[in-house]
Design a protein around this ligand. Structure first.
Ligand code: MBD
Ligand code: FE
Length: 283
């Protein structure tokens, strides 16, 4: 599809989608947070806020600017976006620091479970004439001891060549550029897709307003999201990046790691890349 979006992507539109996804997928375990943990963490976060106010002599105008902005984060449905861009990377760091296998990174707000299954080799669902450089990606999933993992699941989701995600921006077919692959007897997979564009945080919502007010930029480098799983192994959530992207060094979401930058090679009609995953056995 070329630039023929009749419906315009809005911050509130993708925010509502991300909020609904979060509520339906991620609430298991939320209600069980022990009282002692809630009290400790809430206390220390509030202490840090109080300390910042004292240190910088925050004024009533600044306090009201914060209050107004927090209200708009909720109104725009941007709590998932805000937290995943500015907080999740440290949660991911702490959650995975014990791992010997593949580096992972943040999930972000746009994962949808149960994407169409394509076997060990195939194409992600695309529109006719899907824009973007074709990419053929081969790889193997192994355990930390080197054994291949047949039947491992590689779930892939990514933005299109205009930087939009299906199911969160309007006018894109459901499941576009989303699929689930299963590794063959050798633990291998082959995925046909197109290269995504860099992603810009919506400029018309609360997160975009913070970025503009602070004079920051709104960009994430182009990336492929994956979840890789196999029985008896820890789920790996990662993103893969492309060399030379100007935002690999200053991702607004702080989610790039050198181990996650691909090394694609030019091919007849696009590019090819080999990148596999090493999963940690469950401890
Ligand atoms: C994205 O596509 C993304 O991956 C993250 C982490 C945040 C916002 C949009
Ligand atoms: Fe993303």
């Amino acid at each position: 599809m070329t630039a023929t979006h009749h419906e315009v992507a809005t911050a509130a539109g993708s925010g509502a989608g991300a909020t609904a996804r979060f509520k339906s997928d991620k609430l298991a375990g939320v209600a069980n947070t022990p009282k002692e943990r809630v009290s400790l963490l809430a206390r220390e976060v509030l202490d840090a806020v109080h300390e910042t106010i004292r240190k910088h002599k925050v004024t009533y105008d600044e306090y009201n600017a914060l209050k107004s902005w927090l209200i708009s984060v909720g109104e725009d449905g941007e709590w998932p976006l805000f937290l995943d861009v500015w907080v999740e990377h440290v949660v991911e760091e702490v959650a995975t620091e014990h791992r010997q296998g593949n580096k992972g990174t943040i999930e972000g707000p746009y994962y949808v479970p149960n994407a169409p299954e394509q076997g060990s080799s195939g194409s992600v669902p695309t529109r006719e004439n899907e824009p973007g450089t074709p990419l053929v990606w081969t790889g193997q999933v192994t355990s930390t001891d080197g054994t291949a993992l047949p039947g491992a699941k590689v779930e892939l989701w990514h933005a299109d060549a205009e930087g939009y995600y299906s199911q969160f921006a309007p006018g894109i077919p459901e499941w576009n550029l989303r699929a689930s692959f299963t590794t063959d007897e050798q633990g291998r997979f082959e995925i046909h897709t197109v290269k995504p564009a860099p992603y810009q945080i919506p400029t018309d919502g609360a997160c975009g307003k913070l970025i503009a007010a602070a004079g920051w930029h709104a960009w994430r480098p182009a990336h492929l999201h994956v979840k890789v799983s196999a029985p008896g192994h820890e789920l790996l959530t990662a993103q893969l990046y492309f060399p030379g992207d100007e935002h690999n060094d200053d991702d607004i979401a702080s989610a790039v790691k050198p181990e996650l930058v691909l090394d694609p090679k030019p091919a007849d009609n696009g590019e090819t890349v080999d990148y596999g995953f090493v999963l940690d056995p469950v401890r």
